[in-house]
Design a protein around this ligand. Structure first.
Ligand code: PAF
Length: 278
């Protein structure tokens, strides 16, 4: 496994890669959710490239960039054991040299939910992903379903800008009690960790109502909010039913929808979602 820090070095290495090239963009501190992405890429691509880069431009000024968990050596060992071919781990100055001034702004889908709570977040995500796609010249890139709105933003960018790669979205990996795997779960103390399962409980309740034939969005979101409100530590940012591509809120559920939640547990913000299929 090659570990590369410089874009020029990566481009030199790229000349010898077999295609298709599968890219797994990450911010490190890898967990089983990331492993699922790498395994899927390994099954489908001749060359698997994993990027580890805590991207400063997608964090707001009051967010956790400084304390975002990092475990580089452990990540490398995991990626080696999963058969990754290349790890690209640039410094911020390599990705954003002095004078950097070009950004990707995906409109509309970014004006809702995470885009409202985290202004500028998706601009940073879209820009860094565009750069990583170009640097790796990837044929496919792999993202987790947990960050569903991020996936929708990236798909829209790739489609609108006629980018030459496929976006593959891989199902969410969950802990035994249903909590979606996330690098930020490590911030939770034991009491908060048990409270965090409330996101999964609320989403499950939405799915159960939907499976039972309910198509009334107000009733389903009401049930999700009721379950979330039973947990004292949970402060709800949103609980809604949305179109999986546009993230427009849905009032009736005659087509596939996504139940989405964002909740603060103590100082940790968690998001999760579940698909509601007709
Ligand atoms: O989902 C993440 O870890 C990040 O948003 C990503 C896609 C690696 C871009 O920095």
């Amino acid at each position: 496994m090659e570990v590369i820090r410089a874009i020029s070095e990566l481009k030199a290495s790229r000349a010898g890669w077999q295609r298709p090239v599968g890219l797994v963009p990450t911010m490190g501190y890898l967990h089983e959710g990331h492993t699922a992405l790498v395994r899927r890429a390994r099954a489908e691509a001749a060359t698997v490239v994993v990027t580890i880069f805590v991207n400063p431009t997608q964090f707001g000024p009051t967010e956790d960039f400084g304390r975002y968990p990092r475990a580089f050596e452990r990540d490398l060992a995991l990626l080696e054991s999963e058969g990754a071919d290349v790890v690209f781990a640039p410094a911020p100055s390599e990705m954003y040299p002095e004078g950097f001034s070009s950004w990707v702004d995906v409109e509309k889908v970014t004006s809702r939910f995470e885009g409202v709570v985290r202004p500028g977040h998706f601009r940073g995500v879209a820009t860094v992903c565009n750069k990583l796609f170009n640097i790796a010249d990837a044929d496919r890139a792999y993202f987790g379903q947990k960050d569903a709105q991020q996936g929708a933003v990236i798909r829209k960018m790739v489609s609108d800008l006629n980018m030459n790669l496929d976006i593959v979205v891989v199902p969410t990996v969950r802990e035994a009690d249903g909590l979606a795997m996330s690098s930020r779960n490590c911030y939770l103390n034991p009491r908060e960790r048990s409270a965090a399962v409330v996101l999964f409980s609320a989403l499950n309740a939405a799915r159960e109502l939907h499976r039972g034939g309910c198509r009334d969005a107000i009733r389903i979101t009401g049930r999700m909010r009721e379950i979330l409100s039973r947990e004292d530590l949970a402060q709800v940012d949103y609980a809604a039913l949305v179109d999986p591509d546009s993230f427009e809120e849905l009032q009736s559920l005659e087509r596939p929808a996504l139940a989405v939640v964002a909740v603060r547990i103590g100082s940790t913000r968690l998001i999760d979602n579940m698909s509601l299929q007709n």
